[in-house]
Design a protein around this ligand. Sequence first.
Ligand code: THU
Length: 127
Amino acid sequence: MDYQVLMDKAKEVSKFAYAPYSHFAVGACVVGESGNIYTGCNFENSSFGLTICAERNAIGTAIANGEKNIQAIAIYSPNSQDCSPCGACRQVISEFCGPEGIDVITLTSEGLKIRNLNEILPERFRL
Ligand code: THU
């Protein structure tokens, strides 16, 4: 999978972010086991705690399309370089990949940055 394609899709979907409270838009793109890709953006709520992150939105769409495992995830924000997934999203990513983890792709001024989930969520909880 071309990670630049995933990042381009994450950027595209970040335009649809519903973030009237934080004004912080995020887009995410995951590739499933099938090779298909799924996108999601964050959407906030006036009851702030109900906010859904872009990563979880993209993963939910993948699951709703029959995916059980994801192979990689790209995350983009027009508001910040190197927009890294929050702790809750790291745990949700963990649920849908094996012990070897998956690549988590962000964008820095130097270009794409690729880290394994196990690097950014060490000793992660799994049943
Ligand atoms: N957000 C995401 O979409 N993904 C993350 O990993 C971190 C935060 C969103 C949630 C909220 O709408 C905004 O960014 C500011 O926290």
